[in-house]
Ligand binder design. Sequence first.
Ligand code: NAP
Length: 320
Amino acid sequence: MKAIRVHEFGGPEVLRLEDVPEPRPGAGQVVVRVRAVGVNPVDTYIRSGAHAVRPALPYTPGLDAAGEVAAVGEGVTRLSAGQRVYTAGSLSGTYAELALCEESQCHALPERVSFKEGAGVNTPYATAYRALFQRAQGRPGETVLVHGASGGVGTAAVQLARAAGLRVVGTAGTEEGLRLVIEQGAHEALDHGAPDYLGRLAELTGGRGVDVILEMLANVNLNRDLEVLAKGGRVVVVGSRGTVEINPRLAMTRDATILGMTLFNISPRDSASIHAALGAGLEAGTLRPVVGRELPLAEAARAHGEVLKPGAHGKIVLIP
Ligand code: NAP
């Protein structure tokens, strides 16, 4: 079968399409025929060798995909051949025609969700859910600022928050992104490239500030986030690409909380709870991943270049 292989950590050019042996499922394992692969920024950090997760070389990248169960191993009870699934991690990597997974890494994909959309479920939606509900404890009636709402995690967060009854403000850096944020259910969209765009939040919240911020670029925004938080507000650091100086008094005077998170720390129990919630939202149609761009699997290197560029518009997916 065809798979993307990485023989050394480095730039996008280290992603090469090769022929590799087909995986076979062991006990408790499943082989998924991959129909679409979700590309995430974390795939690029791991490929570069700069991430805490450093797979043994050579390896096939990818956590997220959607497809059908091709084969099941001994003792697999929840899944059967032919079933539509999305993956939340994989033993062999998802940038391939077939992916070997633990049974627990595969979740049912409702008929109404296409494979391309399904490839955009795991990392974006599990992250958004974890940040909004498990870390920030967001509640109906609260206001959330999704700071970076036009990308994979941001569009997921907007849909989740809107469906749960929060007031949603999302930011984007392009006209197209701002339109997308509103289409996904935000009550207001702000341009994070405009001067003093956060000033508008005082007006939108009657001077209270926002209760929750999901922050996609903390190294740029964290101090300003603290300035626009309501008393008792929570900021969840979802993404950060450098360091930042903050004024701790801003947190002090608001009884504010800054929370970190990484999906890699999640417990099996929290993960099961998240995927149960996502499954329900996908089935009901309140959650609908936005596919911005499709590329053939052979163009994985191009996808890794694109996913880090400004001007996000939903997910980039690869088609094997
Ligand atoms: P993405 O699809 O590339 O989206 C990036 C988002 O950041 C876009 O909405 C982009 O908006 C926005 N952005 C750009 N400049 C910004 C600024 N100055 N202020 C606020 N937002 C800005 O990436 P993603 O998959 O959504 O992931 C977002 C971040 O979260 C990445 O850094 C990723 O590594 C991280 N992440 C962390 C976890 C975790 O477990 N902690 C899990 C998943 C992702 P425009 O392009 O419209 O300007």
